[in-house]
Design a protein around this ligand. Sequence first.
Ligand code: GAR
Length: 212
Amino acid sequence: MKKIVILISGRGSNMRSLLEAKLPCTIAAVISNKADAGGLEIAQQHGVKTAVVSHKDFSSREDFDAALAKEIDRHQPDLVVLAGFMRILTAGFVNHYGGRLINIHPSLLPAYTGVNTHERALADGVRIHGCTVHFVTAELDHGPIIVQAAVSVLPSDTVQSLSARVLQQEHHIFPQAIRWLCSKKLWLEKDGRVAGLHTSPIATPLISPALD
Ligand code: GAR
């Protein structure tokens, strides 16, 4: 069975969705860069080993990433999963986990990389927003896309309501992506293509606002 390590920085709702999804893999550890991340307690309640590697203990990104990689590699994972891990990673770290590093991002990439994605989507008046699971490359919030979910943006939406609706979809697509990867139904080719999945031909288009 494949082994995964999950990295978090905060409340850990995506991590929880993975812990509860009965994935065909062993969750070897949850590691946070913040000692007060709420997700650590949730992981412990699920009987998963936790560790903290605080970025504050290191004077450079390189040193932090090296310490983080050392902690991760104790578990020899097949996949490293960023579930709300809010640190920019060095190219050295990313390359070390080439093809094995997965992230979830709260936008339809390549739109809205970085932070405050929901605020920016609302300010732009987009009608459709969403979330993306992708392989991580050295460029922030880029990398081969595995799966995306889209939601309508409603005229009444606030950052809170929109982020809640997107988060609900994150909790659907993230476990699915990890399941595909762990069961070898999906993988990254050497040329950077995501391969293996045959998208269902029956896909309902999302039109927002709905047509009369
Ligand atoms: C999620 O919305 C995730 O997509 C986002 O942080 C949130 C973490 O929530 N990640 C990023 O913005 C990474 N660029 P969670 O701790 O409840 O899973």
